[in-house]
Design a binder for this molecule. Sequence first.
Ligand code: C2E
Ligand code: MG
Ligand code: MG
Length: 430
Amino acid sequence: MLNYDTSRLLNREEFFHCLNECVAQHQMDKGQIALVLIDINRFNRINTLFGFKMGDDLLFNVGQRLLSLKRNKDILAQIGNDEFVLLMPGIQGEAHALLAVNKIINIMRSEVRLNEIPVAVDIVQGASLYPALAANAETLLQGAGIALREAKADGVSHRFFSEKASSPGLDWDVESELEYAIKNRNFELYYQPQVDIKTRLPYGAEALIRWKHLDHGAVPVDKFITAAEVTGQIMPMTEWIINAAMRQASEWPTRFGEQTVSINLSPRVLHEPDLADYIESAINIWGINADRLVLEVTESGIMENPERTSEMLHHLQSLGASISIDDFGTGYSSLAYFKTLPANELKIDRAFITNLKTSAEDQNLVSAVIALSKGFKLDVVAEGIEDMDTLLLLSEMGCDLAQGYYLSKPMTNADYQQWLEDYDQDNYWK
Ligand code: C2E
Ligand code: MG
Ligand code: MG
């Protein structure tokens, strides 16, 4: 197949060539293909706790083990930092693919010793089949990705894609109503405050979108964001969000100085050529200082296409806006990578904050992230703070900004302005 030496680990680009080629070939001869995504659970912890060298050694070891069990005609590639993919042409069906999945589970059972430290590799797999579960190369990969996310969410070792699982889980057609909702401005922005831990004063707020459907009530955010991404409506929706957030932020009380406003950007819109122009004109129209604007991009979103994203982030930063890496700790990257990225802020994912008081492992991780961020001159935000003890702990650890239900749940623009007016630090630091 193609001109690649498939006995070695291919890279992402080589893999996509092979995938397309392979599907085209099987379309002609009516064969079956399995695609298995293999992801290392919580790989980031290894990087953060033991260092990047050890993280790299571990990835190399995993790659070698996977290579040792693939058939000659299989293709193995590393497509993300800690994500591998096995493409199996000419298989006989799901049972056949399951054999490979089980072989992978077995070969990963033994611990690796890195610098004399035994490290267990916990992997998760998501698989799909062409043509039984997917019509083309793109949906084959997508299906395996969905299966992988579900396996992770359910805490199981592997899962095959199934049509049922891919339905949005709603009994009405979100996608077709989205367009109507965007045109008719049926959305609202809620704001969740962030407080500066050192001064104990309000610092800014994150805009979080809400859709209250006339018949169906509140629609879960992740459901309709995903639907907007899939149907190509995410850009018009994002334009609405950017405009509404800046308009509202331009009217916020300045009792504690000008507050920042953080806007979440889907990785899909980062490739829209008009994004930066749109943001620039909104800044001008609403006359807000560009340095009040924080643009949040998730770590995993950046890692989908690091080079292109980096270019866009540079552009956005040149407008005067800050870039924040959202949900940090859940993606594929190592902190060292962020040295090369134009970022100003890092938001530690809620998953690491929820059990901070009781989990020594999370404490180590959060301390390490804060220490490294200081080296890269990044501000650190902790999201998901739900009680005072966690806030105090983060304060001791040197975290810069706090966000979470303990300070306030996301609220309407009017309530947020009232919250600012009423703010009294003694309510939170008791
Ligand atoms: P995110 O950007 O990480 O936003 C933080 C989420 O954590 C919000 O959920 C917020 O309500 C929730 N949260 C904040 N503090 C706490 C806490 O103390 N405890 C708990 N349990 N949860 C807390 P929400 O609003 O449901 O948003 C979920 C995700 O949807 C967001 O995660 C973001 O990725 C996405 N999203 C929300 N609004 C937008 C938007 O306007 N545009 C885009 N592209 N994505 C958005
Ligand atoms: Mg966010
Ligand atoms: Mg987040």
